[in-house]
Design a binder for this molecule. Structure first.
Ligand SMILES: *Cc1c(COP(=O)(O)O)cnc(C)c1O
Length: 414
């Protein structure tokens, strides 16, 4: 922070404090991670100074000798890593990537279908407060009350009844493998576009621990900053036949100039994700989540769907006689960061729901493994029994900080 310290000591100090927070706490928000120093370097580079509206070789500004090569590398690496026919790496984030898909294939007022937010879907899958729910006509499918798995019968019934133009598959809080084939069958039956939003699990797909949607989906959207471990950004992977429509929807449809520093960061992250090391990382994310889930089960926590197949665990904390919000705040004081979350069929309101959501991508990036997951489950149990006991929470926070010292975080000086 040597330059910021001189120009803006206030911001410098806050950034330093955030670095320390990320260093000293166990970060369990399943959509967060630690990018590598290489990704950080290009993300903070002079590429941010350049305008390059358009696409490689078809730009509206001169001086693209290097930007064109960077974007082409990112596109080619995305195609190679996921086996996609075409890729757009310009969406500013996951939400604009989804909006581009709607803009490409639907008109305002058209029907779209997605998983309900309170069943694990994302805001941009047609929830009312989102532009996707306000400008389109959203219909929803849900989870089964008995298994907490996606109700695939409801997917088919709703699709046949409402004939949406676009079917969104994918989730933001769903701990199980999703069967893309059923969605593809249904989309085929009603001639809809199937868009898979793999924002949370892109790293798992890249590492081969979740089935890939690429072979069966028309388009696949993703963020680049979650389990994929790149800079904050978005991508759209697609069949060749959709490339023109999607590229037009992203620019000039929705966005202006691409964030070239992010594009370079995505290119670097995609190169990292194509290594043997990343495959091991993806396997470890899931192994850690499963082990943590087992231990939490043993301690009497109630897990949505009983456990996990992926990177995240949804916990109903009502059997512990606490609410999700109270528990999440106590965990944060104890140095364990997660978010409160609704559970399926939650009787409580969204701003004070019954559950929390945790995930293992960030801690796995620090090299934590099974024995650390066991310690973590112990701490989580202790916090649940001491949500108002400041001294106990502070004691745990000190232990957490001590453990974190043995697991240096990528991109953060020890
Ligand atoms: C995180 C997420 C998004 C949105 O990504 P932002 O980068 O926050 O806009 C979209 N869809 C799903 C399923 C997500 O989990």
């Amino acid at each position: 922070m040597e330059h910021v310290r001189i120009t803006d000591p206030e911001i410098a100090e806050l950034v330093v404090q955030e670095i320390e927070r990320q260093r000293d706490k166990i970060r369990l928000i399943p959509s967060e991670n630690y990018v590598s120093s290489a990704v950080l370097e290009v993300s903070g580079s002079v590429l941010t100074n350049k305008y390059s509206e358009g696409y490689s070789k078809k730009r509206y500004y001169e001086g693209q000798q290097f930007i064109d090569q960077i974007e082409t590398l990112a596109v080619n690496r995305a195609k190679a890593l996921f086996g996609a026919e075409a890729a757009n790496v310009q969406p500013y984030s996951g939400s604009p990537a989804n909006l581009a898909v709607y803009f490409a294939f639907a008109k305002p007022g058209d029907t779209i279908m997605g998983l309900a937010l309170d069943h694990g879907g994302h805001l941009t899958h047609g929830w009312g407060v989102s532009i996707t729910g306000a400008y389109y006509n959203p219909v929803r499918y849900e989870l089964r009350p008995d298994t907490h798995l996606i109700d695939y019968d409801m997917v088919r019934d709703q699709a046949k009844k409402h004939r949406p133009k676009i079917i969104m598959a994918g989730a933001t809080a769903y701990p199980r493998i999703i069967d893309w084939n059923i969605f593809a069958e249904v989309a085929n039956e009603i001639d809809a576009i199937l868009c898979v939003d793999m924002a949370h699990i892109a790293g798992l797909v890249a590492g081969g621990v979740h089935p890939s949607p690429i072979p069966v989906a028309d388009v696949v959207t993703t963020t680049t900053h979650k389990s994929l471990r790149g800079p904050r950004g978005g991508m759209i992977l697609m069949k060749k036949k959709h490339r023109k429509a999607i590229n037009k929807a992203v620019f000039p449809g929705l966005q202006g100039g691409p964030h070239n520093h992010t594009t370079a960061g995505i290119a670097v992250a995609l190169k990292e994700a194509a290594t043997e090391e990343f495959i091991v990382y993806a396997h470890n994310i899931v192994a850690n989540a499963k082990h943590l889930a087992d231990k939490l089960n043993e301690k009497g926590f109630k897990l949505v769907s009983g456990g996990t197949d992926n990177h995240l665990v949804l916990i109903d904390v009502s059997p512990k006689n606490i609410t999700g919000k109270v528990y999440a705040k106590a965990l944060d004081t104890a140095g364990i960061v997660c978010n409160y979350n609704t559970v399926p069929f939650d009787p409580r309101p969204p701003f004070d729901p019954s559950g929390i959501r945790i995930g293992t991508p960030a801690m796995t990036s620090r090299g934590m493994g099974k024995s650390e997951m066991e310690k973590l489950a112990d701490w989580m149990d202790q916090v649940a029994g001491n949500v108002a006991n400041e001294a106990e929470l502070n004691r745990i926070a000190a232990e957490v900080k001590e453990l974190c010292k043995s697991f240096p975080a990528p991109g953060i000086p020890a």
